[in-house]
Design a protein around this ligand. Sequence first.
Ligand SMILES: *Cc1c(COP(=O)(O)O)cnc(C)c1O
Length: 377
Amino acid sequence: MERKRISLATPTMHGEEIGFVQEAFDKNWIAPLGFNCDAFEEEMTSYLSQGLNEKYHTLALCSGSAALHLAYKLAGVKRGDIVFCSDMTFAATVNPVSYEGGVQVFIDSERDTWNMSPEALEKAFEKYPQTKVVALAHLYGTPSKMDEILDICARHNAILVEDAAESLSATYKGRETGTFGKYNAISFNGNKIITTSGGGMLITAEKSARDKAFFWATQAREKAAWYQHEEIGYNYRMSNVVAGIGRGQLLHLEEHRAAKEKIYRRYAEGLKDLPVSMNPYLPYTKPNFWLSCMLIGKGVKISPMEVMEKLNAANIETRPIWKPMHMQPVFKAHDCVCVEKKSVGEDVFARGLCLPSDIKMTEEEQSFVIEQIKNCF
Ligand SMILES: *Cc1c(COP(=O)(O)O)cnc(C)c1O
Protein backbone atom coordinates (compact mmCIF):
# COMPACT_ATOMS: atom_id res chain seq x y z
CA MET A 1 0.00 0.00 0.00
CA GLU A 2 1.32 3.43 -0.93
CA ARG A 3 1.97 5.64 2.07
CA LYS A 4 0.11 8.93 2.07
CA ARG A 5 2.33 11.97 1.75
CA ILE A 6 3.78 13.30 5.00
CA SER A 7 3.50 17.09 4.83
CA LEU A 8 5.54 19.90 6.26
CA ALA A 9 2.58 21.64 7.92
CA THR A 10 -1.07 21.75 6.90
CA PRO A 11 -4.12 23.26 8.62
CA THR A 12 -5.70 21.30 11.49
CA MET A 13 -9.40 22.01 12.04
CA HIS A 14 -11.37 20.93 15.08
CA GLY A 15 -15.05 21.67 14.58
CA GLU A 16 -15.66 24.94 16.42
CA GLU A 17 -14.38 26.83 13.36
CA ILE A 18 -17.33 25.79 11.20
CA GLY A 19 -19.73 26.86 13.97
CA PHE A 20 -18.46 30.45 13.88
CA VAL A 21 -18.46 30.40 10.07
CA GLN A 22 -22.02 29.04 10.08
CA GLU A 23 -23.06 31.93 12.32
CA ALA A 24 -21.74 34.37 9.71
CA PHE A 25 -23.82 32.58 7.07
CA ASP A 26 -26.91 32.41 9.26
CA LYS A 27 -26.74 36.16 9.88
CA ASN A 28 -25.82 36.74 6.20
CA TRP A 29 -22.77 38.68 7.36
CA ILE A 30 -20.50 37.72 4.46
CA ALA A 31 -18.32 40.81 4.37
CA PRO A 32 -15.14 42.34 5.60
CA LEU A 33 -15.58 43.53 9.19
CA GLY A 34 -18.38 42.17 11.37
CA PHE A 35 -18.99 40.35 14.63
CA ASN A 36 -16.47 37.53 14.07
CA CYS A 37 -13.71 40.06 13.32
CA ASP A 38 -14.57 42.06 16.44
CA ALA A 39 -14.69 38.97 18.64
CA PHE A 40 -11.49 37.53 17.14
CA GLU A 41 -9.67 40.81 17.85
CA GLU A 42 -10.95 40.85 21.43
CA GLU A 43 -10.01 37.22 22.00
CA MET A 44 -6.52 37.78 20.58
CA THR A 45 -6.17 40.93 22.68
CA SER A 46 -6.88 39.01 25.87
CA TYR A 47 -4.62 36.15 24.77
CA LEU A 48 -1.67 38.46 24.05
CA SER A 49 -2.16 40.70 27.08
CA GLN A 50 -2.16 37.84 29.61
CA GLY A 51 -0.13 38.83 32.66
CA LEU A 52 0.80 42.24 31.22
CA ASN A 53 -0.12 45.65 32.56
CA GLU A 54 -0.61 47.03 29.10
CA LYS A 55 -3.56 46.00 27.03
CA TYR A 56 -2.62 45.30 23.45
CA HIS A 57 -4.75 46.51 20.58
CA THR A 58 -5.24 44.21 17.62
CA LEU A 59 -6.47 44.73 14.08
CA ALA A 60 -7.57 41.74 12.00
CA LEU A 61 -6.31 42.01 8.41
CA CYS A 62 -6.31 39.99 5.19
CA SER A 63 -2.69 38.85 5.62
CA GLY A 64 0.41 39.04 7.76
CA SER A 65 2.04 40.93 4.90
CA ALA A 66 -0.69 43.61 5.11
CA ALA A 67 -0.06 43.87 8.87
CA LEU A 68 3.67 44.36 8.24
CA HIS A 69 2.99 46.98 5.58
CA LEU A 70 0.83 48.97 8.00
CA ALA A 71 3.45 48.50 10.73
CA TYR A 72 6.11 50.09 8.51
CA LYS A 73 3.74 52.94 7.62
CA LEU A 74 3.05 53.53 11.32
CA ALA A 75 6.80 53.45 12.01
CA GLY A 76 7.09 56.29 9.50
CA VAL A 77 9.17 54.56 6.82
CA LYS A 78 9.50 56.98 3.90
CA ARG A 79 11.20 56.97 0.50
CA GLY A 80 14.95 56.42 0.90
CA ASP A 81 14.81 55.51 4.61
CA ILE A 82 17.00 52.60 5.67
CA VAL A 83 15.30 49.80 7.60
CA PHE A 84 17.43 47.17 9.32
CA CYS A 85 15.86 43.79 8.53
CA SER A 86 16.41 40.17 9.53
CA ASP A 87 18.41 38.64 6.69
CA MET A 88 17.36 35.03 7.02
CA THR A 89 13.56 35.15 6.80
CA PHE A 90 10.65 34.86 4.40
CA ALA A 91 10.48 37.66 1.81
CA ALA A 92 7.18 38.86 3.31
CA THR A 93 9.09 40.34 6.27
CA VAL A 94 11.00 42.72 4.04
CA ASN A 95 8.90 43.28 0.89
CA PRO A 96 6.52 45.82 2.47
CA VAL A 97 9.50 48.07 3.29
CA SER A 98 9.78 48.54 -0.48
CA TYR A 99 6.06 49.37 -0.77
CA GLU A 100 6.87 52.52 1.20
CA GLY A 101 10.08 53.21 -0.73
CA GLY A 102 12.29 52.18 2.19
CA VAL A 103 15.67 50.53 1.67
CA GLN A 104 16.44 47.25 3.40
CA VAL A 105 19.84 46.76 4.99
CA PHE A 106 20.06 43.14 6.08
CA ILE A 107 21.36 42.03 9.45
CA ASP A 108 22.99 38.63 9.71
CA SER A 109 21.76 35.86 12.03
CA GLU A 110 23.48 34.59 15.18
CA ARG A 111 23.96 30.91 15.91
CA ASP A 112 22.02 30.58 19.19
CA THR A 113 18.55 31.21 17.67
CA TRP A 114 19.21 31.78 13.92
CA ASN A 115 17.55 35.18 14.42
CA MET A 116 18.97 38.71 14.07
CA SER A 117 22.40 39.03 15.63
CA PRO A 118 22.54 41.83 18.24
CA GLU A 119 26.25 42.31 17.49
CA ALA A 120 25.58 42.71 13.78
CA LEU A 121 22.73 45.13 14.59
CA GLU A 122 25.05 47.24 16.76
CA LYS A 123 27.60 47.27 13.94
CA ALA A 124 24.92 48.34 11.47
CA PHE A 125 24.04 51.35 13.66
CA GLU A 126 27.72 52.39 13.56
CA LYS A 127 27.60 52.26 9.77
CA TYR A 128 24.12 53.78 9.31
CA PRO A 129 23.47 55.82 12.48
CA GLN A 130 20.49 57.65 10.97
CA THR A 131 18.38 54.45 10.87
CA LYS A 132 15.08 54.68 12.70
CA VAL A 133 13.37 51.30 12.16
CA VAL A 134 14.38 47.69 12.90
CA ALA A 135 12.36 44.77 11.48
CA LEU A 136 12.93 41.55 13.36
CA ALA A 137 11.51 38.10 12.57
CA HIS A 138 11.31 35.20 15.03
CA LEU A 139 12.25 32.33 12.73
CA TYR A 140 10.41 29.04 12.90
CA GLY A 141 8.75 30.13 16.14
CA THR A 142 12.00 30.67 18.05
CA PRO A 143 12.14 33.90 20.08
CA SER A 144 15.03 36.26 19.30
CA LYS A 145 17.49 37.76 21.82
CA MET A 146 14.97 40.38 22.91
CA ASP A 147 16.81 42.01 25.84
CA GLU A 148 19.83 42.74 23.67
CA ILE A 149 17.81 43.88 20.65
CA LEU A 150 15.52 46.13 22.72
CA ASP A 151 18.51 47.69 24.45
CA ILE A 152 20.20 48.49 21.13
CA CYS A 153 16.97 49.93 19.68
CA ALA A 154 16.47 52.09 22.77
CA ARG A 155 20.05 53.43 22.69
CA HIS A 156 19.67 54.37 19.02
CA ASN A 157 16.14 55.68 19.33
CA ALA A 158 14.87 53.19 16.78
CA ILE A 159 11.39 51.72 16.50
CA LEU A 160 11.17 47.94 16.63
CA VAL A 161 8.73 46.13 14.32
CA GLU A 162 8.35 42.48 15.29
CA ASP A 163 7.41 39.98 12.63
CA ALA A 164 5.86 37.29 14.82
CA ALA A 165 4.16 35.66 11.81
CA GLU A 166 5.68 32.29 12.66
CA SER A 167 5.91 32.61 16.42
CA LEU A 168 2.39 33.12 17.82
CA SER A 169 2.34 31.59 21.35
CA ALA A 170 6.14 31.54 21.66
CA THR A 171 7.37 33.42 24.72
CA TYR A 172 10.58 35.17 25.78
CA LYS A 173 11.03 35.17 29.57
CA GLY A 174 7.31 34.50 29.83
CA ARG A 175 6.16 37.28 27.50
CA GLU A 176 4.45 36.63 24.16
CA THR A 177 6.40 37.41 21.00
CA GLY A 178 4.52 40.06 19.06
CA THR A 179 4.27 42.29 22.16
CA PHE A 180 7.87 43.58 22.30
CA GLY A 181 7.92 45.88 19.30
CA LYS A 182 6.01 49.13 18.91
CA TYR A 183 4.11 47.74 15.90
CA ASN A 184 3.93 44.00 15.37
CA ALA A 185 2.47 41.46 12.99
CA ILE A 186 1.29 37.88 13.07
CA SER A 187 0.03 35.67 10.26
CA PHE A 188 -2.84 33.19 9.99
CA ASN A 189 -1.74 31.81 6.63
CA GLY A 190 -2.62 28.18 5.95
CA ASN A 191 0.69 26.73 7.11
CA LYS A 192 1.02 28.72 10.36
CA ILE A 193 0.41 27.38 13.88
CA ILE A 194 -3.21 28.49 13.67
CA THR A 195 -4.88 29.65 10.49
CA THR A 196 -7.84 31.52 9.07
CA SER A 197 -6.99 30.10 5.60
CA GLY A 198 -5.35 33.46 5.01
CA GLY A 199 -5.13 36.43 7.33
CA GLY A 200 -3.02 38.44 9.69
CA MET A 201 -3.12 40.81 12.61
CA LEU A 202 -1.46 44.05 13.60
CA ILE A 203 -0.59 44.31 17.30
CA THR A 204 0.26 47.52 19.14
CA ALA A 205 -0.08 48.97 22.62
CA GLU A 206 -1.02 52.33 21.06
CA LYS A 207 -4.74 52.82 20.59
CA SER A 208 -4.16 55.74 18.20
CA ALA A 209 -1.89 53.59 16.01
CA ARG A 210 -4.52 50.88 15.81
CA ASP A 211 -7.09 53.49 14.78
CA LYS A 212 -4.79 54.94 12.11
CA ALA A 213 -4.09 51.45 10.72
CA PHE A 214 -7.84 50.74 10.64
CA PHE A 215 -8.30 53.93 8.63
CA TRP A 216 -5.64 52.94 6.07
CA ALA A 217 -6.93 49.36 5.91
CA THR A 218 -10.45 50.53 5.03
CA GLN A 219 -9.54 52.73 2.02
CA ALA A 220 -8.72 55.81 4.12
CA ARG A 221 -12.30 57.05 4.25
CA GLU A 222 -12.56 60.33 6.11
CA LYS A 223 -15.45 60.99 8.46
CA ALA A 224 -17.96 62.59 6.09
CA ALA A 225 -21.41 61.76 4.75
CA TRP A 226 -19.91 61.25 1.27
CA TYR A 227 -16.74 59.40 0.19
CA GLN A 228 -13.98 61.78 1.21
CA HIS A 229 -10.28 60.91 0.86
CA GLU A 230 -7.24 62.85 2.00
CA GLU A 231 -4.78 59.93 1.98
CA ILE A 232 -4.11 56.78 -0.02
CA GLY A 233 -5.79 53.75 1.55
CA TYR A 234 -5.91 49.99 1.13
CA ASN A 235 -8.45 47.21 1.25
CA TYR A 236 -6.74 45.14 3.92
CA ARG A 237 -9.52 44.06 6.30
CA MET A 238 -10.18 40.47 7.27
CA SER A 239 -13.45 38.90 6.15
CA ASN A 240 -16.07 38.12 8.78
CA VAL A 241 -16.24 34.57 7.39
CA VAL A 242 -12.57 33.67 7.86
CA ALA A 243 -12.42 35.45 11.23
CA GLY A 244 -14.79 32.70 12.34
CA ILE A 245 -12.16 30.11 11.46
CA GLY A 246 -9.65 32.06 13.52
CA ARG A 247 -11.93 32.13 16.58
CA GLY A 248 -12.28 28.36 16.46
CA GLN A 249 -8.54 27.86 15.94
CA LEU A 250 -7.57 30.12 18.83
CA LEU A 251 -9.33 27.71 21.19
CA HIS A 252 -6.68 25.12 20.19
CA LEU A 253 -3.54 27.25 20.05
CA GLU A 254 -1.93 25.82 23.20
CA GLU A 255 -2.75 22.30 22.08
CA HIS A 256 -1.09 22.97 18.71
CA ARG A 257 1.99 24.35 20.43
CA ALA A 258 2.27 21.32 22.69
CA ALA A 259 1.93 18.95 19.72
CA LYS A 260 4.62 20.88 17.80
CA GLU A 261 6.95 20.65 20.79
CA LYS A 262 6.46 16.88 20.99
CA ILE A 263 7.39 16.58 17.33
CA TYR A 264 10.56 18.61 17.90
CA ARG A 265 11.56 16.49 20.92
CA ARG A 266 11.00 13.25 19.02
CA TYR A 267 13.28 14.45 16.23
CA ALA A 268 15.92 15.54 18.74
CA GLU A 269 15.81 12.08 20.33
CA GLY A 270 15.54 10.14 17.06
CA LEU A 271 18.39 11.98 15.33
CA LYS A 272 20.75 12.22 18.29
CA ASP A 273 23.25 9.67 16.96
CA LEU A 274 23.59 11.46 13.61
CA PRO A 275 26.00 14.34 12.91
CA VAL A 276 23.08 16.80 12.97
CA SER A 277 21.56 19.25 15.45
CA MET A 278 18.09 20.74 15.79
CA ASN A 279 17.22 24.43 15.32
CA PRO A 280 18.51 25.99 18.57
CA TYR A 281 16.72 28.17 21.14
CA LEU A 282 17.59 29.95 24.38
CA PRO A 283 16.82 28.08 27.63
CA TYR A 284 14.73 30.94 29.06
CA THR A 285 12.48 31.08 26.00
CA LYS A 286 9.57 28.88 25.00
CA PRO A 287 9.43 28.48 21.22
CA ASN A 288 6.19 27.40 19.56
CA PHE A 289 8.24 24.87 17.52
CA TRP A 290 6.30 25.83 14.39
CA LEU A 291 8.79 23.98 12.20
CA SER A 292 11.41 21.50 13.34
CA CYS A 293 14.64 21.96 11.42
CA MET A 294 17.87 20.04 11.35
CA LEU A 295 21.36 21.37 10.74
CA ILE A 296 23.88 18.99 9.21
CA GLY A 297 27.26 19.14 10.96
CA LYS A 298 30.15 21.03 9.36
CA GLY A 299 32.26 18.85 7.09
CA VAL A 300 29.60 16.13 6.74
CA LYS A 301 29.51 15.05 3.11
CA ILE A 302 25.77 15.18 2.54
CA SER A 303 23.79 18.23 1.51
CA PRO A 304 20.27 19.18 2.62
CA MET A 305 19.19 18.96 -1.04
CA GLU A 306 20.25 15.30 -1.20
CA VAL A 307 18.25 14.56 1.96
CA MET A 308 15.31 16.48 0.53
CA GLU A 309 15.38 14.42 -2.68
CA LYS A 310 15.65 11.10 -0.87
CA LEU A 311 12.81 11.96 1.49
CA ASN A 312 10.71 13.19 -1.40
CA ALA A 313 11.17 9.80 -3.07
CA ALA A 314 9.72 8.29 0.13
CA ASN A 315 6.76 10.71 -0.18
CA ILE A 316 7.92 12.98 2.64
CA GLU A 317 7.82 16.76 2.24
CA THR A 318 10.75 18.84 3.50
CA ARG A 319 11.81 22.41 2.70
CA PRO A 320 15.07 24.29 2.51
CA ILE A 321 15.78 26.86 5.20
CA TRP A 322 14.68 30.40 4.17
CA LYS A 323 17.26 31.58 1.69
CA PRO A 324 18.81 34.74 3.14
CA MET A 325 17.54 37.98 1.64
CA HIS A 326 21.03 39.25 0.75
CA MET A 327 21.37 36.20 -1.55
CA GLN A 328 18.17 37.06 -3.42
CA PRO A 329 18.64 38.59 -6.87
CA VAL A 330 15.95 41.21 -6.15
CA PHE A 331 18.05 42.56 -3.24
CA LYS A 332 21.50 42.18 -4.77
CA ALA A 333 22.25 45.89 -4.46
CA HIS A 334 21.49 45.88 -0.71
CA ASP A 335 24.04 45.79 2.08
CA CYS A 336 24.19 42.95 4.61
CA VAL A 337 25.97 43.51 7.91
CA CYS A 338 27.77 40.48 9.39
CA VAL A 339 30.11 40.02 12.33
CA GLU A 340 31.55 36.63 11.46
CA LYS A 341 33.92 36.36 8.47
CA LYS A 342 31.21 34.53 6.54
CA SER A 343 27.48 35.14 6.78
CA VAL A 344 25.88 32.88 9.41
CA GLY A 345 22.66 32.88 7.37
CA GLU A 346 24.48 31.51 4.32
CA ASP A 347 26.00 28.76 6.44
CA VAL A 348 22.66 27.74 8.00
CA PHE A 349 21.02 27.84 4.57
CA ALA A 350 23.76 25.58 3.17
CA ARG A 351 23.40 22.97 5.94
CA GLY A 352 19.79 23.21 7.17
CA LEU A 353 16.49 21.56 6.28
CA CYS A 354 12.91 21.99 7.56
CA LEU A 355 11.36 18.67 8.54
CA PRO A 356 7.71 17.58 8.51
CA SER A 357 6.06 19.29 11.50
CA ASP A 358 2.41 18.65 10.78
CA ILE A 359 0.59 18.07 14.07
CA LYS A 360 -1.58 15.41 12.44
CA MET A 361 1.53 13.32 11.72
CA THR A 362 1.35 10.12 13.79
CA GLU A 363 4.25 8.81 15.90
CA GLU A 364 4.54 5.93 13.48
CA GLU A 365 4.81 8.34 10.54
CA GLN A 366 7.42 10.42 12.33
CA SER A 367 9.45 7.28 13.08
CA PHE A 368 9.33 6.53 9.38
CA VAL A 369 10.64 10.05 8.62
CA ILE A 370 13.45 9.57 11.15
CA GLU A 371 14.37 6.19 9.63
CA GLN A 372 14.48 7.72 6.17
CA ILE A 373 16.75 10.51 7.40
CA LYS A 374 19.05 7.95 9.04
CA ASN A 375 19.28 6.08 5.73
CA CYS A 376 20.76 9.22 4.15
CA PHE A 377 23.83 9.13 6.39
C1 LIG B 1 4.06 33.77 6.72
C2 LIG B 1 5.00 34.85 6.99
C3 LIG B 1 4.70 36.18 6.72
C4 LIG B 1 3.53 36.65 5.90
O1 LIG B 1 2.32 36.28 6.28
P1 LIG B 1 1.11 36.18 5.21
O2 LIG B 1 -0.07 36.07 6.11
O3 LIG B 1 1.36 34.95 4.41
O4 LIG B 1 1.11 37.41 4.39
C5 LIG B 1 5.58 37.17 7.11
N1 LIG B 1 6.74 36.85 7.70
C6 LIG B 1 7.10 35.59 7.95
C7 LIG B 1 8.39 35.36 8.64
C8 LIG B 1 6.26 34.54 7.59
O5 LIG B 1 6.64 33.29 7.81
